[in-house]
Design a protein around this ligand. Structure first.
Ligand code: RM4
Ligand code: MN
Ligand code: MN
Length: 404
């Protein structure tokens, strides 16, 4: 899209005829914020191979630069989620001020309890007291890191689980986890939340300790109000109604946030909105229902063959568009149709909003915020990629480590 203006005029006219409050929608869109993950900029791949890309960031400071470029283009990505120890630095103050000088803030802090050989049989569920102590130490360390970085959330995902029936006592594991998390929760300053992410399977294949939203919610309810569930779109069985999970968690005031991505088969971590854009829209329909506050919206993607900065830019744009469409739902009409038992009339209210091409509206909002009307096009036309390839070097033939 080169200029959004004539297209915007037509859209604005149509939306006004439909009785939409364009100013309120524009305001909501311009305050929409997405967190991008530092690990989505660095080398990551599948279990089979990791392909290095030219211009790949060599450290967390360069990952922040890439995040700043995505924010400059979209005007919508001012926070960066970090993963420790992948993003470890000696001087946290320097990291915090570098982020600020790039116009960014630090988003959720993600501890890593899944790569150390000690965690082979679990971290906070491990039968060995020493290993659990080590896991808690790392979690407490991340609370300190978050405090120093001005971050307001611990985002916890556990690879814990068992591969064979009888391998360990399922309830004992649960109690070990609850004891460890209670200690971490106690140590969190009031300004921090604990986000608890569940995942159906992988790396454990028989029983994952937090396999679903219900198990995660029960843990949160035992810990306290600042413990909330995090929904990763790739962590469910096929066909699960994620928007219904979202609605229930919102109603319980326990929806802490999202890890956005797309999946076709498993935890594919593809670009959000690329596989099932209607599902993404329906999630935003739940989030934007009257009286609901927006939770933390983070992208969790692992870009393997696609250009990473472009993938992240497109992801933010896709989220903005899904949100914009949800804002266009005729809520009164929907409620009336629902009340009258008009099944297809109600369904049509959602389809009406979903089918509107909101790109001119998003382009206008981005343009007014000083970002790019068409962020992907601007990235391709601009010199950012050429510059980082010159500065950081071209790809090497050897495959690199995952997550760095
Ligand atoms: C997991 C989960 C976590 C992420 C790791 C890298 O599948 O999605 O959120 O931190 O991958
Ligand atoms: Mn995740
Ligand atoms: Mn995942």
């Amino acid at each position: 899209m080169t200029s959004a203006k004539p297209e915007y005029g037509q859209l604005a006219e149509r939306l006004s005829e439909m009785g939409r409050d364009l100013e309120a929608i524009g305001q909501a869109l311009s305050s929409f914020e997405v967190e991008t993950p530092s690990w989505g900029y660095g080398d990551s791949g599948t279990r089979f191979a990791t392909f290095q890309q030219s211009g790949r960031p060599r450290d967390v400071f360069e990952r922040l630069e890439d995040a700043a470029e995505v924010h400059r283009l979209t005007g919508t990505a001012p926070a960066v989620a970090l993963h420790f120890p992948w993003d470890h630095v000696e001087d946290l103050g320097a990291l915090r001020s570098r982020a600020a000088s790039l116009g960014l803030r630090i988003g959720a802090v993600n501890p890593n309890l899944f790569q150390d050989p000690d965690y082979k049989l679990g971290s906070v569920t491990n039968p060995d007291d020493r290993v659990r102590e080590k896991a808690v130490e790392h979690l407490l360390d991340c609370v300190r890191i978050a405090t120093e970085l001005g971050s307001t959330a611990q985002s916890l995902w556990f690879a814990d689980g068992t591969n064979y029936a009888g391998q360990d006592d399922l309830i004992a594991r649960r109690h070990r986890m609850l004891d460890c998390l209670a200690r971490v929760y106690e140590a969190m300053p009031v300004g921090q939340e604990m986000l608890i992410e569940y995942k159906l399977f992988e790396p454990a294949f028989y029983a994952t300790d937090l396999a679903d939203w219900g198990s995660a919610l029960l843990v949160c309810q035992k810990l306290g109000d600042r413990a909330k569930v995090l929904v990763d779109l790739g962590h469910h069985a096929q066909g699960v109604n994620i928007e219904q999970i979202v609605a229930v968690l919102v109603d319980e005031r326990r929806l802490g946030g999202f890890h956005f991505n797309s999946r076709k088969y498993a935890d594919d971590d593809l670009i959000v909105g690329s596989v099932n854009p209607f599902e993404l829209f329906l999630i935003f329909v739940e989030l934007t229902a009257p009286g609901r506050a927006m939770p933390r919206l983070t992208i969790d993607q692992s870009h393997n063959i696609e250009a990473k900065v472009e993938a992240m830019t497109l992801s933010v744009v896709n989220l903005q568009e899904a949100y914009a469409k949800a804002l266009l739902v005729d809520r009164d009409g929907l409620a009336q149709a629902q009340h009258a038992g008009d099944v297809l009339g109600a369904h049509a209210r959602l389809l009406d909003a979903y089918r509107i091409d909101v790109r001119p509206l998003c382009a206008k909002v981005r343009g007014e915020a000083g970002a790019a009307e068409d962020p992907v096009h601007a990235l391709r036309k601009g010199d950012y990629m050429r510059r980082i390839i010159a500065e950081r070097g071209a790809s090497e033939a050897v495959a690199g480590g995952w997550g760095r």
